[in-house]
Design a protein around this ligand. Structure first.
Ligand SMILES: NC(=O)c1ccc[n+]([C@@H]2O[C@H](COP(=O)([O-])OP(=O)(O)OC[C@H]3O[C@@H](n4cnc5c(N)ncnc54)[C@H](O)[C@@H]3O)[C@@H](O)[C@H]2O)c1
Length: 436
């Protein structure tokens, strides 16, 4: 099929490259020319396992990028909207990119004779596709939805860091559509997938995405709540999580206690669906608690650090890991940024390390901290370390910390060190949820 993808961020570029890998002809569109040029050179603007290989394989053959949205839409049968849906100042969803993309798609469709399907893949609150996207396209194209073009909603569930794998081998594909014809066209793209394909209406598809993210965020805040109790009652949350995770009704995934969730999705999506409920007259108290607990977790780690150091002013502190999770260079809403900001506010001297996210962190924090990709270099001469991202290269024997640091305080915000070994190596160790 001929596909156009609007927005080549984490979701759009993966969608474009993977649809190309599945044998389609794909044109990716973005407003940022540097990104487009980079992609056309076969270079990935983001860090994702397997993505660069897909670009090298398909660019110049059945995959290209452009800033010209109109010709991309005219060249294709189906258009995926993959633009960002950031948080609005009131905590709701900011639809400015979705609206402007819909407007341009509508204008392009005004010049098109054949039937076309527009699929929203951006995460949008229930009602957006049928009451915002569809009317804008009708207005701009002067065409009728259902007759001249179709509209569908195909939420994306990929995890950053494993995005190519998740796109190619998902647990399920959800397709919401205004009518059968539009949904069938989208389903055709996934026909080789060996997973359940759920067909539904537009609003249900939109709601499924929020419910999935809200549930996963709830699991994280739940285990963090349990972790905090474990610290008080002399147990280890890692053992507790294992004990409950073996119950197939619970599952072990998303039960890692730590400094909380971050990233470009969970924080904004939980907030957006909470605000949506509120707007409709419903107060989602569980979701409010999920957000509050998440906020508290970062502060909890910092409080312990300050207590152990007797204040952080003038102290050298290493922050281990910047990306909001391993495998990505994304630092949006990353706990690391919150921790570093607090440390700097209190006068600490911060060094930080990360294998992929230094460039993106520098855009936010500039040179107020020192950066290194090496753990050892980052720890060198510091009085304390806070482990924030569980990159595999940072899962080391506690002696590495002891040897390189001047002091011995280690706050393990991801529980990657063995607490017993850490203590016997002479570290003043604190692990989230470790109360033994
Ligand atoms: N990142 C994830 O892991 C993930 C997973 C599932 C769903 N989502 C959702 O997918 C959507 C995209 O997320 P992302 O992380 O890829 O965002 P992103 O910010 O990384 O990328 C969005 C891209 O869209 C481009 N853009 C904005 N307006 C445009 C326009 N009018 N025309 C062309 N390009 C335009 C931007 O320049 C940017 O490159 C969001 O709704 C997000 O919530 C994200």
């Amino acid at each position: 099929m001929d596909i156009s993808v609007i927005g080549v961020g984490y979701v759009g570029l993966i969608t474009g490259a993977c649809f190309a890998e599945l044998g389609n002809r794909v044109v990716c569109v973005d407003v940022i020319k540097e990104k487009v040029d980079k992609i056309n050179r076969g270079e990935s603007p983001i860090h994702e396992i397997g993505l660069e290989e897909l670009l090298e394989k398909h660019i110049g053959k059945n995959l290209k990028a452009t800033t010209d949205l109109e010709s991309a839409v005219l060249e294709s049968d189906i258009t995926f909207i993959c633009v960002g849906t950031p948080e609005a100042p009131d905590g709701g969803i900011d639809l400015k990119h979705v609206k402007s993309a819909s407007k341009e798609i509508g204008r392009a469709l005004a010049k098109k004779k054949n039937y076309h399907v527009v699929v929203d893949k951006s995460t949008v609150v229930p009602g957006t596709t049928d009451s915002v996207i569809l009317p804008i396209i009708e207005r701009e194209s002067k065409k009728r939805a259902g007759r001249d073009f179709g509209v569908a909603m195909n939420p994306e569930f990929l995890r950053e860091g494993l995005a190519v794998e998740d796109f190619m081998r998902p647990d399920r594909v959800v397709i919401g559509s205004m009518d059968k014809r539009s949904g069938d066209k989208v389903e055709e793209l996934y026909k080789s997938f060996d997973c359940p394909i759920l067909r539904t209406d537009l609003r249900t598809a939109e709601m499924i995405k929020y419910a999935a993210n809200a549930f996963l965020a709830t699991k994280i805040s739940f285990i963090n709540e349990i972790a905090n109790i474990c610290e008080k009652v002399g147990t280890d949350v890692v053992d507790v999580a294992r004990g409950i995770g073996l119950d197939s009704r619970i599952s072990p995934r998303f039960l890692n206690a730590g400094v909380g969730y971050g990233g470009s999705c969970f924080p904004k999506d939980v907030k957006a669906i909470y605000r949506m409920g509120e707007k409709e007259g419903y107060k989602a108290e569980l979701l409010m608690a999920v957000m509050e607990i998440n906020k508290r977790q970062v502060l909890h780690a910092l409080e312990v650090l300050k207590e152990k150091l007797g204040g952080v002013g003038g102290k050298k502190v290493a922050v281990i890991g910047l990306a909001f999770k391993p495998g990505t260079d994304d630092v949006r809403e990353a706990p690391s940024i919150k921790i570093i900001r607090e440390l700097l506010k209190d006068g600490a001297v911060v060094s930080a390390c990360d294998p992929a996210a230094i460039e993106n962190t520098r855009k936010i924090l500039g040179d107020r901290i020192s950066y290194s990709s090496s753990l050892e270099e980052c720890l060198d001469g510091t009085e304390a370390a806070v482990i924030v991202t569980e990159w595999p290269e940072y899962i080391v024997e506690p002696e590495v910390f002891r040897k390189k640091m001047n002091g011995n305080v280690v706050i393990d915000g991801r529980r990657i060190l063995d607490p017993v070994k850490a203590k016997s190596a002479g570290l003043d160790y604190f692990g989230i949820g470790y109360g033994k």
